[in-house]
Write a new protein. Structure first.
Lengths: 374, 151
């Protein structure tokens, strides 16, 4: 009997390994985390990925450049338009094609709408992760309005594939400007409600403040970009540092915080939605006249060489690295996807926190699994 | 530091480095044995401070296997590209830079998984996406009769 009591006390000292995922609701996809626990405290965790590995980089080597664009939709499906843009910009840079202002403005507005809808879905699911089911309904209700705008102009709702090398696929729908303006007017009224529901909530503060702190040095060393990196003070907004499309013509602030915990990663995204609306408002009334696409050769062949283009997706810096040998297929394509890099820090920042906080930390990194696996 | 100064600076670190100005970035070709010491220098030296490894890609050049490192300095906002190649296809080995830039940990595992390049001194070199029964799919000589259709 005495022996048994001893076993129970020593049992608490032992490490306990549990499996979270691949079908766990809070991992937002097929991500598997093997978590070592001591009691309730996370000692270490190992991400196991590859459940949706489709070999997109290998596939790209046997298809043409316009075809690659449609594959990039399937990486980060919430930033589909921005991924498309990245490939188009790389191809245009390689061919030294001059892009008219109209296309640049259209792409910028679409990118910012994509960013807003992505953050809306993130807000919805992050609220749900922390137990606020109302957030999910609010977020998805408002996101639907942007998806409707996409559907009208692009034909697609999520996987828009609206970009093509040299421009966009079709001209804007006649209703586009009016609907976007209506949406901005609507969302400016609604976004403070998001704050009322979650940002000022005491339970939410308890769950997020001081949880999962990431220092500036670690953010740079781990390469954490996007709102997650900027919450730690890492000035990494590609739109500011290396403006592409029409970002050099608009005024906006780079949202920077220094605290780097779950709460400030949350606030950074909420602030970014305001900034995105500012950008759209500056552009929506002055879309220049002109063609919506430049005529390109029917078979696009990039000159021999290497090309690198980075863009700011909703989650961070997406880099497209193309090595061309002069054929119609690329020799090698590498996508530096933001989620793959952001996942690598999870072990570092979740250590020492409770397993319930792991859900909050994972949610605040805003991981999209198909972008990790590619 | 502008591009010319940066080129001069990198040349001053190592004598046998091949430094040329590419279309976008300064490209440095470095032999595998010198890679780690050059990376360490670029990271530590006050004049350049390359503290952000923003892309690490493995490339199969046909005969050689190589790795390309894209480095940026968050202090000065300049970029340099390091390239290294090894002609050993049977047992390619390079030095890991995971202790200099922590982001290299995952990136190197990915390169190991898809191209089969081993990184010495890597903290945890395991396959990332695929299991052991796969070959190395990003190699040009990878054969898969079922899934890859050659026209």
């Amino acid at each position: 009997m005495e022996e048994k009591v001893e076993n129970i006390t020593t049992g608490e000292q032992e490490e306990y390994v549990i499996n979270m995922g691949p079908q766990h609701p809070s991992t937002h996809g097929v991500l598997r985390l093997v978590v070592s626990l001591k009691g309730e405290i996370v000692k270490s965790l190992q991400p196991h990925i590859g459940y949706v590995h489709r070999g997109i980089e290998k596939m790209c080597e046997s298809i043409t450049y316009p075809q690659i664009i449609h594959l990039t939709d399937r990486m980060d499906y919430l930033s589909a338009h921005i991924n498309n843009e990245a490939v188009c910009l790389t191809v245009e840079k390689a061919l030294e094609v001059e892009i008219p202002d109209r296309i640049k403005v259209i792409r910028t507005i679409m990118s910012e709408l994509t960013r807003i809808q992505s953050h809306q879905l993130w807000w919805a699911s992050f609220g749900m992760d922390l137990g606020g089911l109302t957030c999910f309904f609010y977020g998805l209700r408002d996101r639907e309005k942007i998806l409707d705008i996409f559907e009208e102009t692009c034909g697609g709702r999520m996987l828009v594939s609206y970009n093509c090398p040299g421009g966009v696929m079709y001209d804007l729908h006649p209703n586009f400007q009016k609907r976007v303006k209506d949406f901005i007017k609507y969302f400016r009224k609604i976004l403070p409600e998001y704050d009322q529901l979650l940002t000022g909530n005491v339970i939410f503060h308890e769950r997020s403040k001081g949880i999962g702190k990431l220092s500036l040095q670690d953010a740079i060393s781990y390469g954490i970009t996007g709102p997650s990196g900027r919450a730690s003070g890492f000035s990494c907004d590609v739109r500011k540092h290396e403006p592409y499309s029409a970002y050099d013509k608009v005024k906006f602030n780079e949202i920077l915080f220094t605290e780097g915990d779950t709460y400030f990663r949350y606030v950074a995204r909420i602030q970014e939605m305001w900034e995105s609306m500012n950008i759209i408002e500056q552009l929506i009334d002055n879309i220049p006249e002109g063609p919506f696409a430049v005529k390109m050769k029917p078979v696009i062949k990039l000159p021999e060489g290497e090309y690198y283009q980075r863009v700011e997706t909703a989650r961070g810096e997406l880099g497209v690295y193309i090595i061309s040998d002069g054929n119609k297929n690329p020799f090698r394509v590498k996508f530096r996807s933001p989620n793959f890099v952001n996942l690598s820090v999870l072990n570092h920042i979740a250590k020492g926190f409770k397993i319930a906080d792991l859900v909050a930390i994972g949610g605040s990194l805003d991981l999209v699994i198909p972008d990790i696996d590619r | 530091m502008d591009k010319i100064q940066l080129t001069e600076f990198i040349k001053s670190i190592g004598q046998d480095l091949e430094v040329k100005e590419g279309k976008q970035f300064i490209e440095v070709t470095v032999p595998p044995a010198k890679l780690y010491s050059l990376a360490k220098q670029l990271n530590l030296r006050e004049e350049v401070r390359f503290d952000f490894l923003f892309c690490l890609s493995g490339v199969d050049y046909g005969n050689d296997l190589g790795v390309v490192y894209h480095l940026r300095s968050t202090f000065f906002d300049h970029v340099v590209v390091l390239k290294t190649r090894t002609s050993d296809r049977e047992n390619p080995q390079l030095d890991s830079v995971a202790d200099i830039w922590k982001t290299a940990d995952f990136h190197e595992r990915e390169v190991f998984d898809l191209l089969g390049i081993k990184f010495n001194n890597h903290p945890d070199l395991r396959r990332l996406f695929l299991d052991k029964s796969w070959g190395f799919p990003l190699r040009k000589d990878y054969v898969d009769d079922i899934n890859i259709v050659t026209k």
